[in-house]
Write a protein that binds this ligand. Structure first.
Ligand SMILES: [Fe+2]
Length: 231
């Protein structure tokens, strides 16, 4: 499920890029420096990163850690909650197709485990009818209407984020049931990875879903996230 490299040894950018273009596996670079600039420089060899205002210095790296202000988490990404399998930025105009997560401080033992589901595994499990349904039905992702499956240049893509889908529109009981069924299916096809300090994991945001288990509210877990698009 993953192609592993070691920082400073046999790192080939064209090869990493090719693996990401295919999107059938995760790419893991072990022993990556725990540094924003190194992460940014590495990703700039592969694609174009997305700068966001909320990121460190408004650049491309965001610290995923528990952060509270007046007893509230400052955002969902800064909470200790479970993230069911999803696509990042599902409500953005242009969705970045790749994500990098650099583990600076892992969570304790059995917590904060990352989960992934490959679109290819899902497609193998769906009947033609089920695929058609997911291609045809549009869902509301905040201001955008999108189908869960899409075909672009003859290739399937996936976009799914139940939290966004449920937050901005009122779903019918049948739709809610449909999503619960999908969540279960996604979970049954998923596999887990526990990141270690210095692991940089790169994965396609449009060819797989990702999620994580919950973490202790006092945990020091720190993951540096960078979103980018490879062509
Ligand atoms: Fe995410």
């Amino acid at each position: 499920m993953s192609i592993n490299y070691i920082w400073g040894q046999d790192l080939s950018y064209p090869e990493i890029k090719e693996n990401l273009q295919q999107g059938n596996s995760l790419v893991i670079v072990k022993g990556f420096p725990l540094d924003d600039d190194e992460l940014q420089a590495f990703v700039s060899q592969l694609g174009i990163s997305l700068n966001e205002k909320r990121n460190n210095n408004g650049k491309a790296v965001f610290d995923v850690k528990i952060a509270r202000r007046n007893h509230f988490f400052t955002s969902i990404a800064n909470s200790n909650l479970v993230f069911p399998l999803h696509t990042d930025c599902a409500d953005f105009d242009t969705i970045p197709n790749t994500i990098g997560l650099l583990c600076v401080e892992p969570a304790e033992e059995d917590q904060g485990t990352n989960y992934f589901m490959l679109l290819n595994s899902l497609l193998k499990h769906l009947t033609e009818d089920e695929k058609q349904k997911l291609l045809n039905k549009k869902w509301k992702f905040r201001n955008r209407e999108r189908s869960i499956l899409e075909i672009e240049n003859g290739k399937y893509k996936i976009c799914y984020d139940r939290i966004t889908m449920e937050s901005f529109s009122k779903l019918t009981p049948t739709e809610t049931e449909e999503l619960s069924h999908l969540d279960q299916l996604f979970k049954s096809l998923s596999f887990s990875i526990k990141l270690e300090k210095g692991d940089l994991i790169l994965f396609r945001n449009d060819l797989m879903l990702h999620g994580r288990s919950s973490i202790n509210v006092n945990s020091n877990r720190l993951i540096k996230r960078i979103r980018f698009t490879i062509s």
